[in-house]
Design a protein around this ligand. Structure first.
Ligand SMILES: C[S@@+](CC[C@H](N)C(=O)[O-])C[C@H]1O[C@@H](n2cnc3c(N)ncnc32)[C@H](O)[C@@H]1O
Length: 222
C-alpha cells in the first residue's frame, strides 16, 4: 500500500497522485489525460483495427486509462473487455477526490465510482460496450490466463520500479497476446526497447505525449 499520497494538478488540469516515498507520480506532470489519450488510446486501442478488443492493463491505479477507454468504446460503439492488474488498490477517499469525472463530464462520476467499487477478480458489465475485470495480483508472479489484443503497460517508471520492466515479464505478456496484438508504453529507454525486442515484439519508437519526445509501440506479428 502506498502511503502519504498527495494530489497534484498536471498541465492539462487533470489530477495525478504523488507518492513521496518513491518520489513518483501516477501520470506525467505535462498532462495526465493528454498522456493517457496519446500513449494508450491513440497509439494502442484506436490503432488496432479489430471491431471488438480485449485489453490488459498493467497498473489500474486511478482508473484514468479505464474511464477514458470506456468513453471511447461507447462513442465508437466498439465492445471492449478490459482487464487490469494492480497489487495496491487506492483507497476510496483518494478516488473520490480525483477530478476526472468533472473534467470529462459529470455524467461519468457514477460510472467512475462504480468501476472502483466493483469487486476484484470478477468481470462486470460497466456499460453496454465496456466490461471490466480488476485483477488483484502482482504482475511478477501472476500467470496471465487470457489472450489480449492490446496491452497498456503502465507501471511506474523503470528507474523507480525496475523489477517490473524485465525481459521475463515482457515475454510472459508476449505469450498472452493474440497475433497482431499491440503493447504501448510511455517509456522509450533503449534498454527497455531491447528487452521488448528480445521478448519477441517488433518495437517502434513513435512520437511521445506532451513533454516526451518518444514512446514505444510493440507489435506481436501474425
Ligand atoms: C503509473 S501507475 C498506473 C496508473 C494507472 N494506469 C492510471 O490510469 O491511473 C502504476 C500502478 O502499478 C501498480 N503496481 C505497482 N507494482 C505492481 C505490481 N507488482 N503488480 C501489479 N501492479 C503494480 C501501482 O499500484 C500503480 O497503481
Amino acid at each position: 500500500m502506498h502511503k502519504n499520497i498527495q494530489f497534484r494538478i498536471t498541465k492539462d488540469g487533470a489530477h495525478t497522485l504523488y507518492i513521496p516515498e518513491m518520489d513518483e507520480c501516477y501520470h506525467s506532470m505535462h498532462g495526465a489525460i493528454n498522456e493517457s489519450v496519446h500513449v494508450f488510446l491513440q497509439a494502442g486501442f484506436s490503432y488496432h483495427t479489430l471491431t471488438s478488443v480485449k485489453i490488459l492493463e498493467i497498473g489500474f491505479g486511478t482508473g484514468l486509462n479505464a474511464i477514458l477507454t470506456m468513453i471511447r468504446a461507447e462513442e465508437e460503439r466498439r465492445p471492449v473487455i478490459y482487464h487490469s492488474i494492480d497489487i495496491y488498490p487506492l483507497p476510496m477517499d483518494i478516488i473520490a477526490g480525483l477530478n476526472y469525472p468533472e473534467l470529462l463530464s459529470g455524467i461519468y462520476k457514477k460510472i467512475f465510482i462504480q468501476m472502483h467499487e466493483a469487486s476484484w477478480d470478477k468481470e462486470h458489465e460497466i456499460t453496454y460496450f465496456f466490461r471490466l475485470k480488476k485483477i488483484l495480483a502482482d504482475i511478477q508472479d501472476y500467470e496471465i490466463q487470457d489472450h489480449y489484443d492490446v496491452v497498456y503497460f503502465d507501471a511506474f517508471a523503470p528507474d523507480k520500479q525496475p523489477e517490473l520492466w524485465l525481459e521475463g515479464i515482457f515475454t510472459k505478456i508476449f505469450h498472452a497476446m493474440a497475433p497482431g496484438g499491440i503493447l504501448t508504453t510511455y517509456s522509450s529507454k533503449g534498454e527497455i526497447q531491447r528487452r521488448l525486442t528480445r521478448s519477441g515484439f517488433i518495437v517502434d519508437k513513435i512520437p511521445g505525449p506532451p513533454g516526451k519526445r518518444e514512446m514505444l509501440r510493440c507489435i506481436k506479428k501474425n
